[in-house]
Design a protein around this ligand. Structure first.
Ligand code: PLP
Length: 476
């Protein structure tokens, strides 16, 4: 360890960097054999670590040892091919290396002038992503709109809502706050981040109208229009609606075209949240799920869920960048610069809540260059096919019943004997350490969710999960 400067020297970094990459490569090789869910009880991990920081710097080898002995046993292994819970948070070698480079160079891309390549690469990569998913031309940087990388779908929903709020109030709410008349709309199945956004943006959650869904858990446009009209008649100002492509509970797809037409008629900002399912659009055969997206004011999806890019990375697109920038831009003297004033550059600080921003485009760029369109399509098709096979097994089974349609890679199902039996099956799977699944409630019934989306998941893992589920059912 370098004693005089206390810094890690470049030579030491080279050595420990190699060790760390070796450590990660070994982790990738071995993660399949680790218990998917940690057996740690609350406080277990912390109790094994010193409560105060070390007075003198320690060798990096000691830290790596603790990583193996204390931290890893306390982890849930999201990169395990046997992880089927929630929505995936998959990653890949090229994305992880991009993250490493971004961390090491640690440029701060708040303004174009703060690091031109960070901004220009982001604009380029977002245009690539728009092409990858076949998004409407209006979301590309050459149009009035464009894309920006946010940390999360939650932030994207908030930025969209703030822009909607300002557009609806002639940019007055930014100065005077909300007056209690603005209303927002989404289905009962919308992700909780939308209610959080409605709170944070100052509308208040009482102003969020949760619209009922049809038998496939998709928002009912007729009820949306009724709710908007009722609010207009009451002197309120409908300003924001969220349609979801791939709801969190069941991957339901709201009918974008009908919702978009209603929003257009009533001057309501339509944000489309495709957090997980959006990735499917890399395959032309799944793009029908985005039919009507051209009517949306904004759209987001998370490469950090299903597109082989480590957290955090949300792609947020707007059809018109002006309301977003006008809503979020404040220009103090210390950020003034010639490039911004020339109007020739993008300053992404004006497209997000924080000022500072990580160089996230690097990992997305590296991931896309590694896989190519063909590689991404291959893996998305593979995941969807595996989930469909799993759904067939459920359909053919006498003990289980599908709880929702399976448009893509998420299968929702229950035990026919009811919630207690469903719960026991889930406990059997998750208690085994051999796989992890999660749950939700649909139509007041406990439902198990199996989502196929981890980078290394193959047919044998899905089959082993089904055997485990059958084993759980047999032991009831
Ligand atoms: N929207 C949907 C449909 C989701 O499923 C999720 C998370 O699972 C989110 C939004 C929130 O995602 P993030 O963690 O990127 O904010």
């Amino acid at each position: 360890m370098s004693s005089t400067s206390h810094h890690m020297t470049p030579d030491e970094f080279r050595r420990w960097g190699h060790e760390t990459v070796d450590w990660l490569a070994r982790y990738m090789e071995e993660v399949e054999g680790l218990p998917v869910v940690s057996a740690a009880a609350p406080g277990d991990v912390r109790a094994k670590l010193p409560s105060a920081p070390p007075e003198r710097g320690e060798p990096f080898s000691a830290v790596l040892r603790d990583l193996d002995e204390i931290i890893v046993p306390g982890l849930t292994h999201w990169q395990s091919p046997n992880f089927f819970g929630y929505f995936p948070a998959n990653t890949s070698g090229p994305a992880a290396l991009g993250e490493l480079l971004s961390a090491g160079m640690n440029v701060q891309g708040m303004l174009w002038a703060a690091s031109p390549a960070a901004t220009e690469l982001e604009t380029l990569v977002m245009d690539w992503v728009a092409q990858l998913l076949g998004l409407p031309d209006g979301f590309r940087s050459g149009s009035a709109g464009g894309g920006v990388i946010q940390d999360s779908a939650s932030s994207a929903a908030l930025c969209a809502l703030l822009s909607a709020r300002e557009r609806a109030t002639g940019y007055a709410a930014n100065h005077r706050g909300c007056d209690g008349t603005l209303t927002a709309y989404a289905s009962t199945q919308v992700h909780s981040s939308v209610e959080k956004a409605v709170r944070v943006a100052g509308l208040g959650s009482d102003q969020l109208r949760l619209i009922d869904v049809d038998y496939e858990y998709a928002l009912r446009p007729d009820l949306l229009e009724q709710a908007i009209r009722a609010d207009e008649d009451a002197g309120l100002r409908p300003c924001y609606a969220v349609a979801t492509v791939g709801t969190t509970s069941s991957n339901a797809v709201d009918p974008l075209r009908e919702i978009g037409e209603i929003c257009r008629r009533h001057g309501v900002w339509l944000h489309v949240d495709a957090a997980q399912a959006g990735t499917a659009a890399v395959c032309p055969e799944f793009r029908h799920l985005h039919d009507g997206l051209g009517l949306a004011d904004s759209f987001c999806f998370d490469p950090h869920k299903w597109m082989f890019t480590n957290f955090d990375c949300d792609c947020f697109f707007v059809a018109d960048r002006e309301p977003l920038i006008r809503t979020l831009s404040i220009l103090p003297e210390y950020l003034r610069n010639q490039a911004s004033e020339s109007g020739a550059v993008i300053d992404y600080r004006d497209w997000q809540i924080p000022l500072g921003r990580r160089f996230r485009a690097l990992k997305l760029w590296m991931m896309i260059r590694h896989y190519g369109v063909e590689g991404l399509q291959f893996h998305v098709r593979r995941h969807v096919a595996l989930a469909q096979r799993f759904a067939d097994w459920v359909r053919d089974d006498l003990d289980f019943v599908l709880a929702a349609p399976v448009p893509l890679n998420l299968v929702c199902f229950s035990h026919r004997a009811g919630d207690a039996a469903t719960q026991r099956v889930m406990d059997h799977v998750n208690g085994s350490g051999r796989a992890f699944i999660s749950h939700t409630r649909l139509s007041d019934r406990l439902v198990l969710r199996v989502c196929v989306g981890q980078s290394q998941t193959e047919e044998r893992h899905v089959k082993a999960l089904w055997d485990l589920i059958r084993e759980g059912a047999a032991s009831l």
